[in-house]
Design a protein around this ligand. Sequence first.
Ligand code: FPP
Ligand code: MG
Length: 345
Amino acid sequence: MNNNVETVVAELLGEVECRLAEATQAPSPFLADAARHVTLAGGKRFRPLLVILAALLAGADERRTDVLTVLPTPEIGMCGTGLLTADVRKRVVAASAVVELTHVASLYHDDVMDEATLRRGVMSANLHYGNTAAILVGDFLFAQASIIGADLGSEFVALQAATFAQLVQGQIAETRGPTLGEDPLLHYRQVVANKTASLIRTSILFGGMIAGLPEPQLAALERFGEKIGTAFQLADDLIDITSDVAGKDSGLDLRVGLATLPVLLLRESDNPADHALYAKVLQGLSLDETESVVAALRTHPVIAQARAQIVELAESARAELHNLAQCAARDQLCRLCDEAVNRMH
Ligand code: FPP
Ligand code: MG
């Protein structure tokens, strides 16, 4: 990464950590403790990174004196990094906190629904504090996100609320499964679009909105967010089968009868044994059965097929960035496409 961009991103991510710590304060020590438990346990901070990188794209346009304090160096391909005005930096940090808090709030709820035991390398909040507290802490974090979002303006609150509605729709659709006659693969892609890609798209849009990027660039970023968000969730679902993920329960999807991409590809196969395996997963599996199904899937061609789909999606996401001015922040967004692919290996 360009040195300037690297420094600015690290600085801003540090400020986001402080904002998150602030947002988890509460009059009740129990609530504050439970709110900090997962929020400050680490995590990739992928959504804040997207807000920051999208905002830094403004630096590629040297005429943007409204968001940049100093003109960027004339060197071709350099963003005006580090030169965002204090006000823009503040808004970037706030928007990053909004998306991360919304995400973490959804994880508190998700872990209750999944009966998870681990999250971000620590005991999940549902296990540590009980389901009721975990649900309420998720609500608290979501409220904190809304409070911070209100300072950014009504268009930010409206977008966050619409995204929240999408998260819920995705989660409900996943819980209920495909309706009668609905293509399970299309249903799955819709679930992924709603429960994951929506917030990732919003994160990158927030950054672009703060930077005041023109409409065609915002539209390109939106498409990029949708695609990279989908690729990340598909990769996440694949990893649930292919590796023993540190800090998270693995094989969880299979245990609860959730068919993700590799399993859904079994359904498309010509081999009756694959159909039988598919039907078995849909019934939900015991711990022992999960182990044997995981072992069978790990050596099955559906894994390579799923990987190929994720690579294609990541490439398509990268292509959305082609019409944006070349700069270090854009290069970094491109690198996230590689990361979506690399984490599967
Ligand atoms: C994790 O998916 C869960 C989500 C991406 C979204 C969950 C959404 C809700 C619970 C709706 C309520 C939202 C709010 C803001 C309170 P996963 O289970 O596939 O991932 P995992 O393997 O990390 O658990
Ligand atoms: Mg989960």
